[in-house]
Ligand binder design. Structure first.
Ligand code: AVJ
Length: 343
């Protein structure tokens, strides 16, 4: 029985159900060092003139679950619009990978979360190895186990890491035929210059060793639709945003009271980005070991930027980063785009 036949083999054909390998790079540094660098990063943001907190700290276990809830909201169109494009364009996507000679690639799923997006594409991409990567390690460990149950013969290596800073993957991840999968417009969280640097790293033979990239990008559209997607009527996005303060309390031993903060989402047309903020409802002071920061009523903490591109601006960025053969597919309303770029 060829290995690829095992791909869809019934579980009974496999002696014992394998479990995914899981490498927690977040544990690799000494706890002190990691806690120190997180505390330093958070303190820097909170004591800045214009206070800001990195969006990666949204994703503790509750944050990952709240984001899952956001993806099924009426107002939050990106996830289902992207899924519709993947479904409609899957033959062309499979064709693009075949044209690049990537028949059974190593699929590296950045910010995999619950792995649902990659799961839907498995029959199209038929990876030899699946590498879900996420900063939310516990959440990812469970999700990778689910994928293994669905695909018992698939070689899975889960990696817990903050990939926004560094793309170097553990040795267990195969070097050749790497296809990076970065859906959901998560690249939008990077400032454009950082996005370029990140894409360059990916395409760099010395670092990311990419052979291809499958990327989901949210496109610029009318302000009302954008703002509603980041400020839904039920208040799920508001909870997701405020939960960041809960995570900071845990990571920094701070004393934020989420009831004292209001969720704000606005589209900054000049920068072509959605901005999320938390606004102080009254004059207050936040303290944490060795520090305190007063906030006046109305003062804000910037918690996320979500840049919105056009097909032209993202094609230009991918080319500038060293990718070639850039192709893209959009939905009929041109609200979202899926890009394939070979390296
Ligand atoms: C996961 C970063 C793609 O920016 O649309 C959803 C996160 N923030 N609602 C996005 C998010 C508010 C999402 N990304």
């Amino acid at each position: 029985m060829k290995r690829s036949d095992l791909f869809f083999a019934l579980p009974s054909a496999i002696p014992s159900l394998p479990t995914p390998r899981f490498i927690n790079l977040r544990g690799s540094e000494s706890l002190e060092h990691e806690t120190g660098s997180i505390a330093c990063e958070l303190t820097q943001g909170l004591t800045a003139q214009a206070a800001a907190l990195p969006p990666k700290f949204f994703y503790n276990t509750l944050g990952s679950k709240l984001f899952e809830a956001i993806t099924v909201l009426d107002e939050y169109y990106p996830t289902r619009t992207e899924a519709g494009i993947f479904q409609a364009a899957s033959p062309q996507i499979a064709g693009a990978l075949a044209q690049a000679g990537l028949n059974h690639p190593c699929l590296i799923d950045l910010g995999a979360g619950n792995c649902a997006k990659a799961l839907s594409l498995m029959p199209v991409i038929r990876p030899r190895q699946y590498v879900p990567v996420d900063i939310s390690t516990d959440f990812l460990r469970d999700a990778a186990g689910q994928v293994q149950n669905s695909f018992p013969a698939l070689d899975i290596v889960g990696v817990g890491m903050d990939f926004s800073a560094d793309l170097r993957l553990p040795d267990e991840v195969q070097l050749h035929d790497r296809v990076y999968f970065y859906p959901g417009s998560s690249l939008g969280n990077f400032q454009p210059a950082q996005a370029l640097a990140f894409l360059r790293n990916m395409a760099d033979k010395a670092q990311g060793k990419a052979r291809g990239l499958l990327l989901g990008i949210d496109l610029v559209k009318d302000t009302a639709t954008l703002q509603a997607a980041y400020d839904d009527a039920l208040g799920v996005t508001a909870a997701f945003n405020k939960n960041l303060l809960r995570n900071v309390n845990e990571l920094l031993a701070a004393d934020f009271d989420v009831r004292q903060w209001k969720h704000v989402a606005l589209f900054n047309t000049a920068q072509s980005r959605i901005e999320m903020h938390l606004e102080a409802l009254s004059d207050l002071t936040v303290t944490w070991p060795g520090h305190s920061r007063p906030f006046l009523a109305g003062e804000r903490i910037h918690t996320e930027s979500s840049y919105k591109y056009t097909v032209e601006s993202m094609t230009a960025l991918l080319t500038q980063a060293g990718f070639s053969q850039v192709r893209q597919w959009t939905d009929p309303q041109q609200w979202f785009a899926v890009f394939w770029a070979a390296a």
